[in-house]
Design a binder for this molecule. Structure first.
Ligand code: URA
Length: 285
């Protein structure tokens, strides 16, 4: 069976991959630098017409080494599909590493070393072909506004489309602001308002009728991550709609005398991966 993949990073990204900011720029108390940087997802060959600016990677991204591959990514993939964009996109996050704890994102998104490196990616990616820049959430909006103040950012003619972050329903309901259902409706109203702007700005890969979101996500609104977006050889279930990674404490430090600090430490050190039940091929005769 033939598989879709992309051959490595083009040479023009070499300097960015050779020398990227680590703990000196991303304080480990606010970022999970221990899992390494996660740079991008999508086309690096200059064919992208939509540049997506996300926030920070989470558990699935940490394992797959590409951004926006968990449920947030599947929601965004669905949004792009509603604009007829199946392949011509590239995505980078505001941060190379997961934000750890509360408030780290707000505290650091404008830090000079973090922003300067992000601007180098944006300068390379937001080339002539990019027709729209889609920013997910407030931190990505801040990152875009900063980049607009740079010479390359100021010269960009791409239509700017800021939208609510795909995990807004989870974050707003966890903060007790409103119920998850109400927050989902708010997100989808916001995405419905953005869709005509995105569709107007972008030449689609495939002509698609505009199908707006209802009040909640339906299964058809989420899209699996295309195979060519992930490193070659990753199993199919790593891009399926089933969750397969989560933060789990390692148990090494968790004896009966474990303190709260030990428990926090053990949680940060662990990441669990499990093959989703439906994807366990060894059960198939
Ligand atoms: N995963 C990412 O890589 N970025 C986001 O913004 C959300 C989830």
């Amino acid at each position: 069976m033939a598989h879709e993949f992309e051959i490595g990073y083009p040479r023009r990204f070499a300097a960015l991959l050779r020398d990227y900011p680590g703990p000196e720029a991303y304080p480990p108390r606010d970022f999970r630098v221990e899992w390494g940087p996660i740079f991008h997802r999508g086309r690096l060959d200059g064919s992208a017409r939509v540049l997506v600016l996300g926030q920070d990677p989470a558990a699935h991204e940490t394992v797959a080494r590409r951004i926006l591959v968990g449920e947030a990514g599947q929601r965004v993939q669905g949004l792009l599909a509603k604009a007829g964009i199946e392949r011509s996109y590239v995505m980078v996050n505001t941060f190379l590493y997961s934000v750890y704890g509360q408030g780290g994102g707000e505290r650091h998104h404008a830090d000079e070393a973090i922003a300067a490196y992000r601007h180098r990616w944006l300068d390379l990616l937001a080339g002539d072909k990019v027709e729209a820049i889609l920013a997910l959430g407030g931190l990505a909006d801040g990152a875009y506004q900063q980049w607009r103040k740079t010479p390359k950012g100021a010269a960009s003619t791409a239509v700017y489309v800021p939208v609510k972050h795909p995990t807004y329903p989870e974050s707003a309901s966890a903060a007790g602001q409103l119920s998850k259902a109400a927050a989902t409706k708010k997100l989808l109203d916001n995405w419905n308002a953005a869709l005509p702007v995105l569709r107007q700005a972008v030449t689609p890969d495939v002509e698609t009728p505009l199908v707006p979101y209802a009040d909640r996500f339906t299964p058809a609104d989420l899209r699996v991550i295309p195979e060519a977006d992930l490193p070659p050889g990753l199993p199919d279930w790593m891009r399926s709609l089933d969750a397969w990674a989560s933060r789990q404490p390692v148990d090494e430090a968790l004896g009966p005398k474990a303190t709260r600090v030990d428990k926090v430490e053990a949680k940060r050190a662990g990441l669990a991966v499990r093959v989703p039940r439906k994807q366990r091929v060894w059960h198939t005769p």
